[in-house]
Design a binder for this molecule. Structure first.
Ligand code: ATP
Length: 203
């Protein structure tokens, strides 16, 4: 496999912010969340299978998956969650592979929110880069961005790997407790390091 980085971090840790900065320097960014989202917009590749499995109730008038309704449904029903995953995961895999094959850049960075939780993703990436911040910073950023309560953010965090689990899995860590200018030197250093690894390493 070609040299690739798996970029991860908890909700609101700054994955997208960091990925954008790597992209500006010349890395090819593949955002698996965006790919997953595209599957369930109107005309998305997963819509027909979702309609067949879950019924018209889970499809909006515009033809998208009803995300709020589906989220509530799979939250309380493990079989439904498995069924939805069995629809989405193969499509995410194939769309991600297609995006990777088409990508042009110095090297590939896959942005994967639940990378540490996924053995498949851990096997497929050469290095794991974790964006880290304190839980307090994380909570306040997500509350502000999504207009969520503290309890809502904490519930999402409870369903993800812990900060300690992510750090234990990390090959490299970007610290994102401060303002975004503090990211620049960290990303510049890692960018150069990955470039030399990509040249000497095929995976
Ligand atoms: P998610 O997992 O929810 O997709 P993410 O890990 O991709 O989130 P971002 O979207 O990059 O995180 O950042 C979360 C929020 O915090 C955004 O509103 C972003 O603008 C803000 N943010 C990120 N880093 C910083 C920073 N260093 N200083 C201030 N705000 C920041």
């Amino acid at each position: 496999a070609p040299f690739s980085i798996g970029l991860t971090g908890g909700i609101g840790s700054g994955k997208t912010t960091v990925a954008n900065l790597f992209g500006e320097l010349g890395a090819a960014i593949i955002d698996t969340d965006a790919i997953a989202h595209q599957l369930t917009v109107p005309g998305g590749a997963a819509i027909a299978a979702i309609r067949t499995s879950f019924g018209d109730d889970f499809i909006t008038a515009e033809g998208a998956m009803d995300r709020a309704k589906m989220r509530a449904h799979v939250f309380t029903d493990v079989d439904a969650r498995k069924q939805l995953e069995s629809i989405l995961h193969p499509l995410i895999r194939s769309e991600t592979a297609r995006a990777a094959a088409e990508a042009r850049g110095d090297y590939l960075i896959f942005v994967v929110p639940l990378l540490v939780e996924s053995q498949q993703w851990r096997n497929r990436t050469s290095r794991i880069l974790v964006v880290d911040c304190s839980e307090e910073v994380q909570i306040s950023r997500v509350m502000q961005r999504n207009a969520m309560s503290r309890a809502q953010v904490e519930a999402i965090m409870a369903a993800q790997a812990t900060r300690a689990e992510r750090l234990a899995a990390a090959d490299d860590v970007i610290e994102n407790n401060l303002d975004t200018t503090a990211l620049i030197p960290q990303i510049a250093a890692l960018y150069a390091r990955y470039l030399s690894l990509a040249k000497t390493n095929s995976g």
